[in-house]
Every structure is written in C-alpha cells, then in structure tokens.
Ligand binder design. Structure first.
Ligand code: AMP
Length: 481
C-alpha cells in the first residue's frame, strides 16, 4: 500500500505549509486513522497514548474546518490540566499559524478579566480546563452557539480528577449538531456512558496499547525504605547522570523535600505541584521544556500529555498508586523514537501496588542493587561537569515555523476605533507588502499587536514611519512577546 502523506488528506496549503515547518514529514499512525474521519465530521472515540501525535490528529482537521472570517468560537477543546491546556493551545496556534487561526486558553488561577478580553475578540478555538470553561460559559464571556467541534482530551484523567460532571454540564450547553471527539488512554464505564449519551454513532479507533510501555524504555526497580530514598536518589542520579530527568513524587510535600535536597546541592532543578502559584508552575514547565535545568521534581500534574523533548530519565521517587499513572509517567521519556530509562523506588510495603502495575504493563520490572560507593565515586567527575556546564537549550519544534514571524505593536487600539481592516489597509499600502504577509491581528484597548509573516517585519516597521492608519502615523515597534 502506498504510504499516506499529509497531502492525501486534501487539506489546505496554509496548513500543509505549517506542518512542513514543524518538521512533520508524514502522518503518525493515529493521525492516519483520525484525520480522515474527523474531516468527514464523524464522532470518534480514540484510545491512544500521548506521544503518538494525537494532538495534531485532532488539531489538523479542526484547523482545516475553521472558517476564519467568523468571529465566534467554533471549536472547544477541554483538557484536565492547565499545563496541557497551554500546550494544546500552542500546538493549535502553530498548525493554524498561516491560516490565521486564533486560539485562546482559559484555565483557573489566571485573571478572568484578561481571558474575557481575549474571548471578546475574534477567536476560533478555545482550549480550557473544565472549571474555568464553565465559569466563562455561565458569565456569558464564552459563546457557544457556533461550536462545531468538541474535543475532550485525556478523558480518563478528567474522570480521575473528578471533572466528569463539569464536562457533562459543558456538553449540555453546546449545540447538538456538533462533532464530538474523545481521546483517552482507557475507556472506563463512566466514560463509556458519557459517549453513549452524547455521541452520535461514534467510531472507535484504537492505537495499539501494548506498545505503551515496552519499546525503547528500560525499566528498573530499587527496593528502598522511605528514609533512605534521598541517599539512594543522590547515588543514582550521579551514576546515571541524565541529560534531562523528571522525578515524580506522590505529594507536594515530597516534591518540596526532594527539590530542596537537590537545590541545596546546587543541582540544576525546578519543581511543579498543584499547590504552587500558577505563574511559577507554568514558568517552571516552560524552563524545563527549554532545557534550562536538568531535574524537574513533580507530582502527577506533569505526567499527563505533557510533551517535553529529549527527557532521558524518569524516576518514580514514590511508586504511583494508580497503575495507569506508571504508564503516563514513564511515557514522558523515549518519545519520538528516542530511548529512555524509567527508574522506580518501591518500599518493602508496596508489593501489592507493584504487582498491580506489573500485571497492567504485562512484564515484571527487574530489581537491581543500589550503586556501590566506588561506582558513585568514579561517576562523580562526569556528573559534576554536566551540572556545572551551561544548560544545553533544547531545540524548539516551532522555531522554524516562527523564525520568519515578527510581532509588532502599534500605539492605537479599540479606544481609537481601530479595526483589523484599517491595519491591513495601512500595512498593505507599504510597497512590497501584501495581505498574505499579515498574520493574526490582536486589537486591545490602547495598543494592537500584529504578526508580520515571511520575514517582512523590518520592511513593515520602516514603512509604518510614513504610512498612515486611520489618517494618522502611528508609533510602531517590535513587540517583546
Ligand atoms: P502528542 O502525542 O500530541 O503529545 O505528540 C507528540 C510529539 O510528536 C509532539 O512533539 C508533536 O509535535 C510530534 N508530532 C506530532 N505529529 C507528528 C508527525 N506527523 N511527525 C513528527 N512529529 C510529530
């Protein structure tokens, strides 16, 4: 059979161009199956692991279906965690960059007013966590009458986190002639009931779950009592000397303790748990994704769906209580065909949980002895060299896509009655600039941001020194964000 190519889906040039720039050469397995069905407007249940390219499997068809001229949201995506919400929003913005698709993320613990302002502008795709999405619906700041697609991402996690009632409340407020897609690693009974109740004759697509844990991950186990964990951790991170590592703990107290232990030793580290301020939590994730530090200490909030390039090691400092969680945690490594190592600490009292996990993943995890003192000593030099070196910044998959885009701002907005048409009119009167060179326009009260594409940013900035917008020469500068 001929290999399927993105072009075979008959999607528009603007989206194909973004995929090329993102380095997506051919569709992944889940994309091959999901994209044609989603384009055909079928309701779909997808059982698939993260890391399989599932975000793009719904991102590509929904971007294709968006009608950019329309002002109200057409797509609603619900995710269980804020981190995933932001990640999905960024993925959609990247795929829809040249089609000028605007997407907005709405999640808790961030200014409601700022989000409402964003929602007031033309926005095509809204990605939200359940609670905050409901708030916006209830307060009338998120309008749903034009929603054509609903995507529920990480459905089983939504269930675990107790969000399923909120999801149901949201579904009940949506237009009934919509397409619904559910993505979930497993389909427990409650989710199945939800599907029966709200989906129209859905097809189920399953992408080989048995590939979940084997493949390129080496799994090992240390039997350690709680009180010795800090010491053993220190030994194995010296002998393993990872390039990039997530250390999972069960509670935020443990995250704080492990993090403080590493910090005191001046190891390059960061942390994430649900008790942290929102901005700190997002900043830590951003810095870890960029490779600014090696060790991220986290609770399971960093497990689901989170896509970080080149994580070489996962350490389960605490054994996960849910067997599925083992798979989600360890799935943060060995992504995109790379290799990885999953190291788990188990206390002598946790046999029952370990058995559950081993049964679930279908193999037993080999137990190994903790490294000997001389092994630690001989690994120390290389270890110290790595942690003292300047961080190796990881390659950003959207860099190629964004490198020819300059965001500029002008010092006029809604209060001066500026509209997108005024901006496009002014900018296209600059010689050598066409409407195709203008990306998303974001008009705020007193300023406006405009994406200038195809490397034309400098020409536009120069041109705006003499070109008028609404009869005036406006101050234009390169925006920092
Ligand atoms: P996900 O399962 O959505 O978390 O995606 C996992 C990773 O695969 C992300 O870094 C995506 O950017 C990347 N990816 C998705 N689709 C493709 C593709 N067709 N080719 C190469 N990389 C892809």
């Amino acid at each position: 059979m001929k290999e399927l190519n993105f072009k075979d889906f008959h999607i528009s040039e603007e989206i194909l161009k973004a995929l090329v720039k993102l380095g997506y050469e051919e569709p992944t397995k889940v994309q091959k199956e999901v994209i044609p069905e989603a384009l055909n407007e079928r309701d779909i249940i997808v059982k698939s692991k993260t890391g399989s390219g599932k975000t793009a499997s719904f991102g590509i068809p929904i971007c294709e279906k968006v009608e950019v001229e329309k002002g109200k949201p057409q797509i609603l995506i619900i995710t269980p965690t804020r981190e995933l919400c932001i990640q999905v929003k960024e993925d959609i913005s990247n795929i829809g960059r040249f089609k000028k698709i605007r997407s907005t993320a709405v999640f808790g613990k961030q200014s409601f007013v700022t989000q409402s302002r964003e929602l007031k502008q033309r926005t095509h795709v809204v990605v939200g966590t359940p609670g905050r999405t409901l708030d916006h619906i209830d307060r009338g700041t998120l309008q749903l009458d034009e929603i054509k697609y609903l995507v529920i991402d990480e459905g089983d996690e939504m269930l675990n986190m107790g969000f399923i009632e909120q999801v149901e409340l949201i579904i009940n407020k949506l237009p009934s002639n919509r397409v619904t897609m559910l993505f979930s690693a497993t389909i427990p009974e409650e989710l199945e009931n939800l599907c029966k109740k709200y989906m129209k004759n859905p097809i189920t697509i399953e992408v080989t779950p048995e590939e979940v844990t084997e493949g390129n991950i080496e799994h090992i186990l240390y039997e350690v009592e709680d009180k010795y964990k800090p010491r053993v951790l220190n030994k194995i991170i010296i002998t393993e000397n990872p390039d990039s590592c997530i250390i999972f703990c069960r509670t935020k107290e443990n995250v704080d303790n492990v993090y403080n232990g590493l910090k005191n030793k001046n190891y390059p580290c960061g942390k994430i748990h649900g008790g942290m301020m929102q901005d700190e939590r997002l900043e830590a994730m951003k810095r870890f994704k960029r490779g600014e530090f090696i060790y991220l200490v986290a609770t399971d909030v960093a497990a689901r769906g989170i896509d970080v390039e080149e994580v070489t090691h996962i350490i389960n400092y605490d054994l996960p209580m849910e067997k599925e969680s083992y798979v989600h945690r360890t799935g943060r490594t060995a992504r995109a065909g790379k290799e990885g190592k999953a190291i788990t600490f188990v206390t002598p009292y946790e046999d029952r949980f370990l058995k559950d996990i081993e049964e679930y993943i279908g193999f037993s995890i080999p137990k190994v002895e903790e490294p000997m003192e001389y092994e630690v000593e001989s690994a120390k030099e290389a270890f110290l060299e790595k942690i003292k070196a300047a961080p190796k910044i990881k390659k950003d998959k959207s860099r190629e896509l964004n490198k020819d885009i300059m965001k500029i701002y002008i010092n006029a907005g809604k209060k001066k009655k500026i509209r997108p048409g005024d901006i496009v009119g002014g900018i296209t009167s600059i010689p050598g600039i066409t409407a195709d060179n203008i990306g998303i326009i974001d008009i705020q009260d007193n300023i406006s941001y405009i994406d200038i594409l195809e490397g034309k940013g400098k020409v536009v900035l120069e041109g705006l020194k003499s070109v008028t917008i609404k009869g005036k020469i406006l101050k234009a500068e390169k925006a920092r964000k």
